[in-house]
Write a protein that binds this ligand. Structure first.
Ligand SMILES: *Cc1c(COP(=O)(O)O)cnc(C)c1O
Length: 421
C-alpha cells in the first residue's frame, strides 16, 4: 500500500529538497512554456535531451569536417570501434554480459532480425504469444513473421487478455497458459513493461515458465530499459530488444539495443548477415565467406551511424553516473507520491489502470478519466503540463526520476484535479 502524502505544495518542495537525484535535472533540457519549465511527463514517449548531446554531436561533425575518412582511426572517438563503447553501459543497464548486447538499428527492425533467428516454427509448435495490449508495431511484427513462414495470423498469434473486469495480466494466468498450451507455442514475446497500462511483468517467472514449456522467450523492453532494473542474463532470456528514445533519452528514432543470451552465440542459428556481424578479425579482409563473431554483434548488419549514436553516449553516461538502482528508488517514491495525490485530490474522477503494487510498475501511471473532460490533453498543455493521451480516455503520466521533480508532480495533479472537478 502506498503512503498517503500531505497534499500541500510545501510538502512537494520538502521532498525535492530531500531528493538525492535532484541535481540531475540540470543535465537535461526541459521544454519551456511562457518562460517556465513545463511539467514534462512524456519521458516514456520521448525523453528529454541531455545537455551534453550538442557538444558530442558537434565533435563528430568537426571530426568529419577536418578528418573525413581518417576519423575512422584518428577521430577523438574513432568511428571504427565506435559502437564498442556502448557495450559496458548497456550491459550494466539490462543485466547482461558485455558480449550479449549491441546498440544497432531501431526497435522493430531488431525484433524482426531476432525473430528471424529465434522464431523457428514447426508443424506442431508454431504459435506466438503476445499481450492483447501489445504496442501495434509488435502485433504487426509477429503477424508478419507468421505470414512469412506461411502461417495464418489468426491461428498463430495468441493475445494474452486480462481477466474479465481486470486491466492487467496475472503472472499465474500467463504461466498457466504456457503449461496448458506450451506444446504448440514456439515463441513468447511480450513487453517487459506494457506501454499502455505501465504494468511491469514478472520477467524471470514468465521466462522460466516459457522455457519449461519448451518455448523461446524474448522480451520487448521499449518501456523497461532505463526504467526498471533488469537481469537478462540471469533470467536466461533468449533475446530482447528496446528503443532508446523513451526512458533512454537518446533522441527521436534513436539507435536501439538488442540482447542475445550467450548460450546462442555459437549456436547454429539462421540469421541475416552483413559485414558488421562478421568477426572483426577478418571483417576488413573483404572475403566472401561470412564468419559470425561469437557475440550479439553477429546480428549487426551495417557499419554504425555515428551521428545517430552520439546522443546515446551522452545519455548512458548519466545512467552510469546515477545507477539504475538509485533511479529505481526515486521512481518508486515519486510514482507513489503521484498516486497518493491523485487519490486525495481527484477522487472518483480518475481511476488508475496501472498496478498499485510498486513491484508491478515502473515510473508510469495510466489514468482513466471518468468524468467527460473535452480536450483534456490540450487543456493540460495550455497550463504547462505535457502528458500523453490515448483514446478514448487514458492519460499516461511518467514521472521520470532523472529529471522530474516532486513539485512537477504536485503541479500536474493540481492542474488535473482542477480540470476534472
Ligand atoms: C515505442 C514502442 C515501439 C516503437 O517501435 P520503433 O521500431 O522504435 O518505431 C515498439 N514496441 C513497443 C512495445 C514500444 O513501446
Amino acid at each position: 500500500m502506498t503512503t498517503t502524502h500531505p497534499t500541500d505544495e510545501s510538502h512537494a518542495f520538502a521532498l525535492d529538497a530531500d531528493d538525492p537525484l535532484a541535481q540531475y535535472r540540470e543535465r537535461f533540457h526541459i521544454p519551456h512554456k511562457d518562460g517556465k519549465p513545463v511539467v514534462y511527463l512524456t519521458g516514456n514517449s520521448l525523453g528529454c535531451q541531455p545537455k551534453d548531446v550538442r557538444r558530442l554531436v558537434e565533435q563528430e561533425l568537426d571530426d568529419w569536417a577536418t578528418l573525413a575518412v581518417n576519423a575512422h582511426f584518428e577521430g577523438r572517438d574513432p568511428w571504427k570501434d565506435y559502437h564498442e563503447q556502448f557495450r559496458e553501459p548497456l550491459a550494466r543497464l539490462v543485466g547482461a554480459k558485455t558480449t550479449e548486447v549491441v546498440a544497432m538499428n531501431s526497435l522493430t527492425v531488431n525484433l524482426h532480425l531476432l525473430m528471424l533467428s529465434f522464431y523457428r516454427p514447426t508443424r506442431d509448435r508454431y504459435k506466438i504469444v503476445i499481450e492483447d495490449h501489445a504496442f501495434p508495431s509488435d502485433s504487426y511484427a509477429v503477424g508478419s513473421q507468421a505470414t512469412l513462414h506461411g502461417y495464418a495470423i489468426s491461428d498463430t498469434v495468441i493475445r494474452l487478455k486480462p481477466r474479465a473486469g481486470e486491466h492487467t495480466l496475472r503472472t499465474e494466468d500467463v504461466c498457466e497458459l504456457l503449461r496448458a498450451d506450451g506444446d504448440s507455442i514456439a515463441l513468447v514475446m511480450i513487453g517487459g513493461v506494457n506501454y499502455l497500462t505501465g504494468q511491469l511483468m514478472d520477467m524471470p517467472t514468465i521466462t522460466r515458465a516459457g522455457h519449461e514449456a519448451g518455448c523461446v522467450v524474448g522480451w520487448d523492453l521499449a518501456h523497461a530499459a532505463g526504467n526498471v532494473p533488469l537481469q537478462l542474463h540471469d533470467w536466461n532470456a533468449d533475446f530482447a530488444a528496446w528503443c532508446s528514445y523513451k526512458y533512454l533519452n537518446s533522441g527521436p528514432g534513436a539507435i536501439a539495443g538488442a540482447f542475445v543470451h550467450e548460450r546462442h552465440h555459437t549456436a547454429d542459428l539462421p540469421r541475416l548477415a552483413g559485414w558488421w556481424g562478421n568477426d572483426p578479425e577478418t571483417r576488413f579482409k573483404m572475403q566472401p565467406g561470412f564468419e559470425p563473431v561469437a557475440s550479439a554483434d553477429a546480428w549487426q548488419l551495417s557499419n554504425p551511424p555515428i551521428l545517430a549514436m552520439t546522443p546515446l553516449k551522452a545519455s548512458l553516461a548519466i545512467f552510469d553516473e546515477i545507477g539504475i538502482e538509485r533511479l529505481r528508488e526515486k521512481a518508486i517514491k515519486i510514482t507513489g507520491y503521484m498516486e497518493s495525490l491523485i487519490r486525495s485530490r481527484c477522487g472518483e474522477a480518475i481511476s488508475i489502470l496501472t498496478p498499485l503494487d510498486p513491484n508491478e510498475r515502473g515510473s508510469q501511471l495510466s489514468l482513466v478519466v471518468n468524468t467527460p473532460t473535452p480536450r483534456i490533453r490540450d487543456r493540460l498543455e495550455e497550463r504547462g503540463v505535457v502528458a500523453d493521451f490515448r483514446e478514448p480516455n487514458v492519460i499516461r503520466a511518467a514521472p521520470v526520476p532523472s529529471y522530474v521533480s516532486y513539485h512537477d508532480v504536485w503541479r500536474f495533479v493540481n492542474t488535473l484535479a482542477d480540470l476534472v472537478s
